[in-house]
Design a protein. Structure first.
Length: 283
């Protein structure tokens, strides 16, 4: 398993890193377009569609994202779209976690399928817009999710249930604790401050998300960093809830040793649009 994980990670990095740092955003946007189409296929499978219908759903995701690219939305400010998607994630994510695994199948299948496609489309568009803004900006969002996950893991392993007597969401993800969430938030807060100071020290040509927020006040940076860390947990929990409802361990086996595309981007689905929302309104 470890060998598979390492090989898959190396292959993914060999594809993603050159695309990410290419002078033009086109290669990265194109690669991410294929990834979101694969995520659309996984979404269909998780919601009970057959192979053909799931492939068609992936094709719908591909077509919608391609249409947005063709229409020039990658370079166009979309403040109200990001506000709407952000509100849907906050309210919808809270509701889903509250109703838990038994509540998911009660949502009409058409609503589940359409909602998933919209959220995948919005996440792709947010990621593409972030890359158009600049690599520093996009990386500041991606690394936020990775840091939140890493710090949450080690804080949970070290301090889990030592300060609280109940887990975060035992029916959805038994391994997660409140101490892990707090650890992830602490890590993200430290990252945000360090990245902002680094931007200022090196006179970054393209400010990170954190620098944009700090320009409005350090208080906004702190609140936004904690909020984004919390929403990355929501994205992770929502995908875990859906997999439990479907009786699946992973969203697919497209990435040997890592599961599927949705398993890798679940925490990014809410944080990418929310990052664009915060950046837009902080400008």
């Amino acid at each position: 398993m470890l060998k598979q994980r390492v090989i898959t990670a190396i292959v993914m990095l060999a594809i993603l890193l050159p695309a990410l740092f290419w002078p033009s955003p086109v290669p990265f946007v194109a690669v991410s377009l294929l990834m979101i189409a694969a995520a659309g296929w996984e979404w269909g499978k998780l919601n009970g569609l057959g192979q053909g219908a799931s492939l068609a759903l992936g094709g719908v995701c591909l077509a919608l994202c391609g249409a947005a690219w063709y229409a020039g939305l990658l370079a166009r400010p979309l403040p109200w779209l990001w506000a709407l998607v952000g509100a849907l994630w906050v309210l919808g994510g809270a509701w889903l976690i509250r109703v838990g695994v038994p509540g998911w199948p009660k949502v009409p299948k058409g609503v589940r399928l359409a909602g998933g496609v919209v959220m995948l489309w919005a996440a792709w568009l947010a990621m593409a817009q972030a890359r158009v803004i600049g690599v520093n900006f996009l990386l500041s969002v991606l690394v936020l999710v990775w840091v939140a996950d890493i710090f949450a893991y080690f804080a949970g392993r070290t301090f889990g249930l030592k300060f609280t007597k109940r887990k975060l969401a035992p029916a959805i993800s038994p391994g997660k604790s409140w101490e892990g969430v707090w650890g992830g938030m602490a890590g993200v807060l430290a990252l945000a401050v360090a990245w902002t100071l680094a931007d200022h020290a090196w006179f970054a040509a393209v400010p990170s998300l954190y620098s944009r927020l700090a320009e409005r006040g350090w208080w906004l940076l702190v609140i936004a960093a904690l909020f984004m860390a919390a929403m990355s947990v929501v994205g992770d929990l929502v995908e875990s809830l859906i997999k439990r409802s479907a009786g699946a361990k992973d969203s697919s086996n497209l990435l040997p040793g890592h599961g599927g595309v949705l398993d890798r981007v679940d925490a990014l689905l809410p944080t990418l649009p929310l990052a664009m929302m915060l950046a837009t309104f902080a400008t």
